[in-house]
Design a protein around this ligand. Structure first.
Ligand SMILES: *Cc1c(COP(=O)(O)O)cnc(C)c1O
Length: 371
């Protein structure tokens, strides 16, 4: 059993994916090209945003967002203490200061109250300028957008949505990737919308920010490629990856619907024994991962051993809160007990829209038996 079954997805979509790839190979148009253009158009329409700009990976997408808003030395960037490190890594690289906030113990997303107290503290200290917050749709589950928007308005923070895990999910009818001043996503193969290598994109409704990001990702180009009006970098999605994504985007909503069914089956079968995911009403999680919480670290490791004994893979998303890791421990933070508790108790079960019903019950039976 695969943790995420990409092979079955390929079999299901093979006709269209192979056809698109062959079109690219025959065109010899590898950098830029019809599928990159089509993807930017289709994905902007899908998410409900004016601009979609593709780039090399999700980390670059976040980097573009930070650069577009000139995040740098003296700026505080707030982010949840439980996320993938790339949410805030570019901010740190640009000399800004990440400030870690605790998560809400039901949604596992940034807790708006923790954000407010972190911003208040930074303000009171008067050393850093509260500049931006990275709002992560952790595990594909939408963050508390209404409450966070109020906080951003009140404190004049740039909102950067990190929707790397959220493609296909929605918050009160609005697709993830459409929130914040700018949103970033990743097409890493295991994400809800993944390609066959690296890829990423940013979304915005702001014409001038879009133009700026289009320049930054091509070495700071001006009117032409060899007229460099600012310092940028190189980050592009290639046409082959876009060809795969165009084919997969067509099926995304169908897959998201099946993800809900698989999640419901796990919820109903395991909810009495473990903490199963909590999704707010009117929200749809993209279920990038299906995570349960064991009672404690010891029980979690026993459960993982038992699953392994049954040839069932399980993984931690993630094993460490960011602020506890050596590369980030020196940045200022209050203790984030919920993020730490989550890191000790979480475990991801095999999950994908292509996980057979039989395998779902194998997982369920193995988990129930070992508990
Ligand atoms: C995967 C991921 C990223 C980074 O994407 P890459 O394409 O691997 O660079 C950023 N943020 C979150 C929350 C992610 O899950």
């Amino acid at each position: 059993m695969e943790f995420i079954d990409l092979g079955s997805q390929y079999c299901a979509l093979k006709g269209q994916i192979d056809k698109n790839i062959e079109t690219v190979l025959k065109s010899s148009q590898f950098i830029g090209g019809q599928f990159v253009d089509a993807l930017e158009h289709d994905l902007a329409a899908y998410v409900g945003r004016k601009h979609c700009i593709t780039c090399g990976n999700g980390t670059d997408a976040l980097q573009l967002a930070y650069m577009a808003y000139s995040v740098g030395p003296g700026d505080a960037v707030f982010c949840p203490d439980m996320t993938f490190v790339a949410s805030v890594e570019p901010a740190a690289m640009f000399g800004a200061t990440p400030v870690f906030c605790d998560i809400d113990m039901r949604s596992y997303n940034i807790d708006p109250a923790s954000l407010v107290s972190a911003v208040e503290q930074v303000r009171a200290e008067g050393v850093l300028d509260p500049k931006a917050v990275v709002v992560v749709d952790f595990l594909g589950n939408p963050a508390d957008m209404d409450a966070l928007t109020v906080v951003c308005d009140e404190y004049d923070l740039v909102m950067i949505e990190d929707a790397a895990q959220g493609m296909g999910g929605s918050y009160k009818g609005r697709k993830l990737g459409s929130f914040g001043d700018v949103a970033a996503t990743s097409f890493f193969p295991s994400k809800p919308l993944g390609c066959y290598g690296d890829g990423g994109a940013v979304f915005t409704d702001d014409d001038s920010i879009a133009e700026l990001m289009r320049s930054l990702k091509v070495h700071g180009k001006g009117a032409s490629k060899y007229d460099n009006v600012r310092v940028g970098f190189n980050s592009r999605l290639d046409n082959l990856q876009a060809a795969v994504l165009v084919a997969k985007l067509e099926k995304l909503d169908e897959e998201i619907a099946i993800r809900q069914e698989v999640a419901k089956r796990y919820d109903e079968a395991l909810g009495d024994l473990l903490v199963t995911p909590h999704i707010e009403p009117n929200c749809v999680s993209a279920y990038a991962q299906y995570i349960v919480l064991a009672e404690n670290e010891l029980r979690r490791s026993r459960m993982m051993d038992a699953l392994k004994g049954n040839d069932i893979p399980s993984l931690l998303y993630y094993p460490n809160a960011i602020s506890t890791m050596p590369g980030y421990a020196a940045f200022p933070h209050e203790l984030c007990p919920c993020a730490i508790a989550y890191s000790e108790r979480n475990v991801g079960l095999p999950f994908s829209p292509y996980l057979t019903e039989q395998d779902q019950y194998r997982v369920i039976d193995a988990v129930r038996e070992c508990i």
